[in-house]
Unconditional design. Structure first.
Length: 287
């Protein structure tokens, strides 16, 4: 009944809201590194309310790699408001985040995001939608707001994260990139990050949009179109990857976007993982 009233696709499961035990906090580094670096985590609205366990996995991953994770006080990104044309509301979120985060975030201690569409809103839209009073601060915050793969690969290139911290377990990974990410920064860093462990093989699926496109695929009027888009390239590639797997090493389907992971599951029955989850599984157990 609720689905019909809301125009929600009957074939979809309503996303579950989970009670998050993660809030503004500092995390403890679990290894004995002599130098501990600090990073701020933007706990986006989708991770916080739908997948809080993903945030905890990110925190655990960073702790084991020798980083302290701090979740500063902030509000939602405004991504949903922008997608529906509610720009005044989005501007209010943007300016509040600038006030809360502007004095904390820097090149040395960046703001790192897990969900591509949310953290990239800081980069793409914030400098344009805020009032003149906040323009310079928005541009500074934008420069120091990084997607998780951008930050981690920066640390790899600086020699602070190495392949020796990961196991040599063989694994095959099929990566579907998030549209927002592909449009603004690309998926090359994600692929390189997943290829960091010695024996991982990464295949980038040459897909366009998964078909979900935020709330689009959840709407009854667009459901068939959404599934048809997935069937063009993404769904067959995922099915073939799973079907062709005949070795004793694991095969992972990776997708950094929550909407993409939902679409893959609904269209193929395969559970896709965020790249952070895969990296955590590939860490050496003694870290």
């Amino acid at each position: 009944m609720l689905k019909r009233i809301a125009g929600f696709a009957l074939e979809r499961e309503i996303p579950r809201i989970k009670r998050s035990v993660i809030s503004n906090q500092r995390s403890a580094v679990s290894n004995q590194q002599s130098t501990v670096r600090k990073v701020y985590l933007f706990l986006d609205e989708f991770t916080k309310y739908n997948e809080p366990e993903l945030a905890q996995t990110f925190i655990s991953l960073m702790n084991k790699l020798g980083y302290e994770v701090i979740i500063p006080k902030h509000v939602q990104s405004g991504r949903a408001a922008i997608s529906k044309g509610c720009l005044k509301q989005a501007r209010a979120y943007a300016e509040k985040n600038i006030r809360l985060l502007g004095g904390l975030v820097s090149a040395e201690t960046p703001l790192v995001g897990i969900e591509p569409s949310c953290i990239l809103t800081f980069r793409d839209e914030y400098p344009d939608i805020v009032t003149e009073k906040y323009r310079n601060a928005a541009q500074t915050l934008a420069k120091n707001s990084l997607l998780y793969d951008e930050f981690l690969m920066r640390e790899v290139e600086a020699g602070r994260i190495t392949k020796e911290q990961f196991s040599d377990m063989a694994a095959e990974i099929w990566l579907h990139g998030h549209c927002h990410q592909k449009a603004l920064v690309g998926v090359e860093k994600t692929a390189a990050l997943l290829a960091l462990p010695t024996n991982t093989t990464v295949h980038v699926i040459p897909s366009g949009c998964c078909g979900m496109a935020g709330s689009f695929g959840y709407e009854q009027a667009h459901y068939r179109t959404s599934i048809a888009i997935g069937e063009m390239i993404l769904f067959p590639a995922v099915r073939e990857a799973v079907k062709a797997h005949k070795t004793d090493h694991p095969v992972f389907v990776a997708a950094p976007g929550i909407s993409c992971r939902t679409q893959i599951h609904d269209g193929t029955g395969v559970t896709a993982l965020h790249p952070i989850e895969i990296l955590y599984r590939l860490l050496k157990t003694d870290l």
